[in-house]
Design a protein around this ligand. Structure first.
Ligand SMILES: [Mn+2]
Length: 274
């Protein structure tokens, strides 16, 4: 006989999504896939939006989509703003042209259009969609209970790595059962396609994500789950619960294949960090 146990949280269905281009595949994407297949629970699949690159790995848990084929809105967006320096990270400051990722909407739009496509694609097939940057390495078996525990539930539309500035969007858990999830996806995409990002203080995906979720919270359309810390400014990913299982190779850490010990704000005991 089976009893319904109200204390036991229901097991959720999860899917993980990422994207990379050819160089990214060689530099970190391949390792992201390999370590995913090695350390993630067997019932969780990885969806990859691959841009002009053949992914060599074959696995029943790995699904590869051709970026150029399935993301027509991204290609239209890039074409529309290709000639606009303001959309490509170049701004004039005191008469001098400066490059800065904070305004490189075209570069970071990859992530935006991939995640919005994945949200629509998996809307009825999974409960949580986890965006995971391809410049991450999974270094230890991830317990299924952890993935369930940190997932957004009920009125929470997403679970993200908050910090004192815009969040770290290398990991974002989206609640596919939330009634406003398609509204979120629509706004995320439209901020770019409409050109509205040009009027914003910064236009990379993390900043735009932050502005949209803050507005949704203020308008009481959705709540959110916070996986980070408001006291941290940088490296919130590896200093959160996620650091026990994953590393996030930001910037030049990609070449080293590992974050620096000095990136940790507290001592981690896992083998990876020793
Ligand atoms: Mn990253």
């Amino acid at each position: 006989m089976f009893f319904h146990n109200p204390w036991r949280q229901q097991q959720l269905r999860h899917v993980v999504v990422t994207t990379f281009h050819e160089k990214g595949y060689r530099d970190y994407g391949k390792r992201c896939i390999e370590t995913f297949l090695e350390h993630w629970p067997a019932d969780i699949e990885l969806l990859v939006y691959a841009e002009d690159v053949d992914v060599e790995e074959r696995d029943s848990r790995l699904h590869v989509l051709d970026h150029g084929e399935v993301l027509p809105h991204l290609l239209e967006f890039r074409d529309a703003f290709a000639g606009n320096p303001l959309a490509n990270g170049v701004r004039s400051s005191g008469g001098v042209l400066k490059r800065d990722y904070r305004w490189d909407a075209v570069r970071f739009s990859n992530k935006v259009f991939a995640v919005t496509d994945a949200i629509r694609r998996y809307r009825t097939l999974a409960d949580q969609l986890i965006w995971l940057d391809a410049d991450t390495v999974t270094h230890r078996d991830i317990p299924r209970s952890l993935v369930d525990r940190i997932a957004p539930r009920g009125k929470q539309l997403a679970a993200y790595l908050n910090r004192s500035i815009y969040p770290e969007c290398g990991w974002v858990g989206y609640n596919l059962r939330h009634p406003e999830i398609l509204t979120f996806a629509e706004r995320f995409e439209r901020t770019y396609t409409s050109g509205y990002f040009l009027a914003m203080k910064e236009s990379h995906d993390s900043f735009v994500f932050w502005k949209i979720v803050q507005q949704m919270e203020q308008d009481r359309e959705a709540k959110f789950k916070f996986l980070g810390s408001n006291r941290t400014k940088s490296h919130v990913f590896i200093n959160s619960v996620l650091g026990g299982y994953l590393d996030h190779l930001k910037g030049d850490r990609k070449a080293a294949g590992k974050s620096r010990k000095s990136d940790l704000t507290w001592r981690r005991r896992e083998a990876w960090w020793r």
